[in-house]
Design a protein around this ligand. Structure first.
Ligand code: GLU
Length: 308
């Protein structure tokens, strides 16, 4: 019998004491103010029990983890037609890279790099104004987590508006290829607000339950089982940018990172996990978050590549 409560507490203590904590993102100014001493972890088990430790109840900027929820909403809006506009292959390039877009005619490699998520926002704006799309996202994560306190941090969204030159370049470039339809500033405003969602590890792990449980939360279907399986597959292959192979090697779970230092990871049928530590590795993924998940998987045997 795995003593998950004890494992989570132990890992939080180890991470608290760890010296090499990575570098907090500073290219979005409000993120630079977050102390690198923070560490939180929350594990929601299939039976609903929650184990948490450290700063698990402190809200942080989920950043690119929002791409998982944006993908789910975009698939809900247009189904498999989405794949005419976004690929499903790992990019092997940094999160904000533009290089592949030229040879690949404005079609981003996958929905979890910035260019891909900008297309997801454009898809959602096919039916809504930005305000409605942002409201739809907020309602979605609140419903998934069962927590109406979740909000968007307008300071972070504003910081991204002021400094998001690369994202503007990506959106304009894709628009030149006809793969962005709405006005670029509206698409980016939506994208920046999604990235600026503030959630705690507990809220995030609760929001990931539908991916743990074949698309269901508390018996209600959010997506079909096959859609949940495919989203998990994309998280495994593309969830950590040019570090996705290394994350699969070390952790062996579907996972999505954000430059706020969070990672949402899923053990299908077993648990939904969120970790947070703001210091990043050179690829923009949480340094201690990855280490914590690696240790969690070593101590529980939860990698999808291990027999159960
Ligand atoms: N808002 C960030 C950006 O667009 C997201 C990047 C990330 O979390 O990886 O640069």
């Amino acid at each position: 019998m795995i003593d998950i409560e004890n494992i989570v507490t132990e890992i939080a203590e180890e991470m608290r004491a760890h010296k090499d904590r990575g570098t907090v993102a500073s290219y979005i100014p409000p993120l630079a103010c977050v102390p690198d001493s923070k560490f939180g972890v929350a594990v929601v088990m299939a039976d609903g029990t929650i184990h948490s430790a450290g700063d698990a109840d402190e809200a942080f900027s989920i950043q690119s983890i929002s791409k998982v929820f944006a993908l789910t909403l975009a698939l809900g809006a247009v189904g498999d037609q989405l794949w005419n506009r976004v690929g499903r292959e790992p990019s092997g390039t940094p999160f904000n890279s533009i290089v592949q877009l030229e040879t690949e005619h404005g079609i981003p490699r996958n929905p979890f790099i910035n260019a891909g998520a900008i297309v997801l926002c454009d898809v959602l704006l096919g039916r809504h104004q930005p305000r409605e799309a942002i409201g739809q996202m907020l309602r979605f994560v609140r419903t998934l987590s069962g927590d109406d306190a979740i909000a968007i941090d307008e300071t972070v969204a504003g910081g991204e508006q002021d400094t998001g030159f690369r994202n503007r370049a990506l959106a304009n470039y894709m628009r030149a290829f006809g793969n962005i339809h709405a006005p670029v500033e509206r698409v980016l405003g939506t994208y920046f607000h999604f990235c600026a969602l503030a959630m705690s590890c507990r809220q995030l792990a609760l929001a990931g339950r539908f991916l743990m449980d074949g698309g269901r939360v508390d018996g209600h279907s959010i997506v079909t089982a096959s859609r949940a399986r495919r989203i998990n597959a994309l998280m495994m292959s593309c969830g950590h940018y040019d570090n996705s192979g290394d994350f699969a090697f070390r952790v062996g779970l579907p996972g999505k990172s954000g430059v706020g230092g969070g990672i949402l990871s899923v053990v299908p049928g077993v648990a939904s996990i969120a970790v947070w530590s703001p210091g990043l590795n050179p690829s923009g993924n949480s340094q201690l978050g990855t280490l914590a998940l690696e240790r969690l998987v070593q101590r529980t045997g939860w990698s999808v590549f291990e027999p159960r």
